[in-house]
Design a binder for this molecule. Structure first.
Ligand SMILES: [Zn+2]
Length: 386
């Protein structure tokens, strides 16, 4: 039996989430705590921080803004420009950039910024995709490492001390309180919560013909290198109210393009549009922990009073965690072909990472699947299924 938050629809199987005596999850409680926040004071704090890092003589960029081209990074760039900064936007390339992702990245540049697109060797990237899928069940592992590493490496190399990140994902999604209060992204934060899943970059050396020379884009600077430039990072979401929904409204008003309908496995058409592998990533979250992107979005909507819990349960059941036969219209088998994985091998990897306590099995203990390969959870709310 899976226990869900009594207010939103998050299951207790989510890593790092805590439930109180009333059965309310830590993400809901973090959200409630936002009402107490003095946003005007935070805004003044932000301006003070930024004033320390502004390059008065204009000889260098004031900050690095890590951007994917998504709604949040479009919003982030707009805010940074409004605050009068001259940013260098840095993109760490996604694993399989989609056509709409390309257009949105180009749109972001048109907001009027200098930018760098950093693209790690795609041949090595595919090997790491496959290896990480097999070893830790996360095809997107190299992308997540790259997102947190490339901007920091460039900050060191270009002598730009300030990195302006978007949201602290632990705050919205409910991690340990100490991590959620952080407004700087330290190396320790990255190691604990940056999605490395216990697989370290150094563990890759010697596998699939990968050497340390192939791992430069994934290697975090040393503490000495960071200290030499005084690199620091802040989360904009700590200083300014942060809401993915309103971010996309603002982004769209500045040319950001949405998908014509809900993205597969989601309840939105405005996010995770830049990487075709994203559907596989989210599916593995679902089979490991029993929730996917539809659950995340439903929870955020409930907290903001935009969706009733009873409707959320129904929508999650309809859209969460389907077998990822396609994503943004890109066929699964096309993606597997690039990774040199057969469909059967992929299904075997899925089965190996599926938590059988969360899904219905037959009397032989085999996972029950419909003809499309979809699983059924043992329960979708805090009541036993009929
Ligand atoms: Zn909750």
């Amino acid at each position: 039996m899976i226990r869900y938050c009594s207010r939103c629809v998050m299951p207790e199987t989510k890593p790092d989430i805590l439930f109180d005596e009333q059965g309310v999850c830590s993400a809901c409680k973090h959200f409630d705590a936002r009402v107490e926040v003095d946003w005007d004071a935070r805004r003044r704090d932000l301006e003070q921080v930024l004033d320390r890092y502004r390059v008065a003589d204009g000889s260098n960029h004031d900050c690095i803004v890590p951007v994917s081209g998504g709604k949040d990074s479009t919003f982030q760039t707009l805010r940074v420009l409004q605050l009068g900064l001259n940013p260098l936007c840095v993109t760490s390339a996604t694993c399989k950039l989609t056509a709409i992702g390309r257009r949105n990245l180009d749109n972001l540049k048109q907001l009027g910024v200098d930018s760098i697109e950093y693209t790690p060797n795609p041949v090595v990237r595919r090997r790491i995709n496959r290896l990480a899928l097999r070893e830790v069940g996360d095809i997107s592992w190299p992308e997540h490492v790259g997102i947190f590493t490339a901007p920091v490496r460039l900050a060191v190399q270009l002598g730009i001390a300030l990195i302006v990140w978007g949201e602290n994902s632990q705050n919205e999604y409910g991690g340990p309180a100490a991590a959620a209060e952080d407004n700087v992204l330290t190396r320790r934060w990255l190691e604990e919560f940056g999605g490395l899943l216990g697989l370290r970059v150094s563990d890759l050396v010697g596998q699939e013909g990968i050497g340390s020379r192939d791992l430069i884009p994934y290697t975090y600077p040393t503490d000495a290198q960071l200290a030499a430039v005084g690199v620091t990072g802040i989360f904009l979401g700590y200083y300014l109210p942060w809401d993915g929904w309103s971010n996309q409204v603002i982004a769209q008003a500045h040319g950001f393009e949405t998908y014509p309908h809900f993205v597969e496995g989601s309840l939105a058409n405005y996010e995770n549009l830049d990487n075709a592998f994203h559907g596989i990533h989210d599916y593995f979250k679902f089979i490991k922990y029993g929730f996917g992107r539809a659950t995340d979005l439903a929870c955020m909507a409930i907290r903001r009073g935009r969706l009733e819990r009873a409707d959320a349960i129904e929508l999650v059941r309809l859209h969460d965690g389907g077998f990822p036969a396609s994503y943004l219209g890109v066929d699964l088998d096309e993606m597997l072909d690039e990774l040199d994985l057969s469909h059967d091998e992929f299904v075997a990897i899925c089965d190996r990472f599926t938590n059988k306590r969360l899904f219905e099995t037959d009397r032989h203990g085999e996972l029950r699947k419909d003809r499309r390969g979809n699983l059924t959870k043992v329960n979708y709310d805090n009541v036993a299924q009929g």
